[in-house]
Design a protein around this ligand. Structure first.
Ligand SMILES: Cc1cc2nc3c(=O)[nH]c(=O)nc-3n(C[C@H](O)[C@H](O)[C@H](O)COP(=O)(O)O)c2cc1C
Length: 393
């Protein structure tokens, strides 16, 4: 990389003390349409806001004079040990935000001992990711055409993934008017406005955009199907996000029959859906409103969590994402019965401003917060995080 670009990246990382700090740097570094694409939700941003606010309704009842000197954030999920009970949520087109985005997220996660979920709307072939970071998980959107489902599932299995996450909250494309206002579009269309954004954000233009085109050509959607999808600038690119409103639990059953690894359903908010997913053979649920990017006004996952834990917590792993920014946020979800937490935007901002080192720093900030706050709460093991330690408003 150009020395000036890498100097700036190191400088930005030195100043990051919390996950929120990566957002501030990313806002300066990324062209406005790209930052807007990551930061925004749908329509009025009501769910995005509610996700963040939900944590304020829960406070702690710490215990004192308990020897927590041997405390650990380690946890086990599906028989595998992870160094902390959090991982990186799937995020599409990461390789446009950060150079080799999915790869740096996956490698940093692997080094930190946490899972990274590779997005189905990504621009790097899924095979490259699992080869570099074998503990990665894969997230698929169900192809709209049932006959294309099997091909994708077989591809993911033969690449070596052990955990498949199906995202089910995208029956219809959301109204992301924020994206349009910020100048983001799919397909990406060249315009004077975009050109000006490139000129005025040279570290991204040189360090991510030009470097990607020079080394890897125009990015394509690589993982929507069994074969490579359309380039991000192609006018027919939306066919990769084809019609999905006819999909049902029968299609889920089709996948459960074919996929022998762990099968998770992401985007559940209703306890009845959690129960149906488990009845159909899901090994886990990710309680999620897609980071406030799908149905505007959908309940904050933290609020939906207790009823879902009540319904299926004894039969399946219950995971959650949406608005988690602090170690204390993770503790609140675990105390409400979640087994694991995923974090989205902050890791992508960290990748954009600092590459793999940025993601590593973000993971270590969150781990340190978790470790410190477990000590302040009087807890030695994440399994001791119980509802008795919290107070709900
Ligand atoms: C830029 C961006 C792209 C996303 N792409 C996907 C995706 O491809 N698949 C998916 O299941 N969820 C996707 N999500 C949703 C995240 O997986 C996750 O549910 C959400 O970001 C969690 O909220 P948080 O960002 O507040 O942590 C995306 C989110 C963002 C911000």
């Amino acid at each position: 990389m150009f020395p000036a670009v890498s100097y700036l990246a190191r400088h930005r990382l030195r100043g990051a003390l919390s996950l929120e700090d990566f957002e501030v740097s990313a806002k300066r570094h990324l062209p406005k349409p790209l930052f807007g694409y990551i930061a925004g939700g749908s329509e009025t941003n009501a769910s995005l806001q509610m996700n963040a606010e939900a944590f304020g309704d829960i406070s702690f009842r710490p215990r004192v004079l308990i020897n927590t000197s041997s405390r650990s954030t380690r946890t086990t999920l599906f028989g595998e040990e992870w160094s902390a009970p959090f991982g990186i949520a799937p995020m599409g087109i990461s390789a446009l935000m950060a150079y080799r985005g999915d790869l740096v997220l996956a490698k940093a996660a692997q080094d930190a001992g946490i899972p990274m979920i590779m997005s189905g709307s990504s621009l790097i072939p899924l095979e490259e990711i699992v080869e570099a970071a074998p503990r990665s998980w894969f997230q698929a959107y169900l192809p709209g055409e049932p006959d294309r489902i099997d091909g994708l599932i077989d591809r993911v299995a033969s690449a070596g993934y052990k955990t498949l996450v199906l995202t089910v909250d995208t029956a219809v494309l959301a109204n992301r008017e924020n994206n349009i206002r910020a100048g983001f579009s799919t397909p990406l269309r060249p315009s004077a406005r975009l050109a000006w954004q490139g000129l005025s954000h040279p570290t991204w233009t040189i360090g991510t955009f030009a470097r990607t085109i020079l080394n890897h050509g125009i990015p394509h959607f690589e993982n929507s199907y069994a074969t490579r999808g359309a380039p991000i600038i192609a006018s027919n690119v939306m066919r990769d996000f084809g019609k999905k409103d006819h999909l049902s639990w029968d299609h889920f059953t089709q996948i459960r029959k074919r996929w022998t690894g762990n099968l998770l359903v992401k985007g559940i908010l209703h306890p009845e859906d959690a129960a149906i997913a488990v009845q159909h053979g899901a090994d886990g649920i990710i309680v999620s409103n897609h980071g406030g990017r799908q149905l505007d006004g959908a309940i904050a996952p933290l609020k939906a969590l207790p009823a879902i834990v009540d319904k299926v917590g004894s039969e399946a792993a219950v995971m959650i994402d949406g608005g988690f920014r602090r170690g204390t946020d993770i503790i609140k979800a675990l105390a409400l019965g979640a087994n694991f937490v995923f974090v989205g935007r902050p890791f992508l901002y960290a990748a954009a401003v600092g590459g793999q080192a940025g993601v590593a720093k973000a993971a270590s900030i969150l781990s340190d917060e978790l470790h410190r706050n477990m000590g302040l709460l009087g807890v030695t093991d994440v399994n001791e995080l119980q509802s008795i330690l919290i107070h709900k408003r």
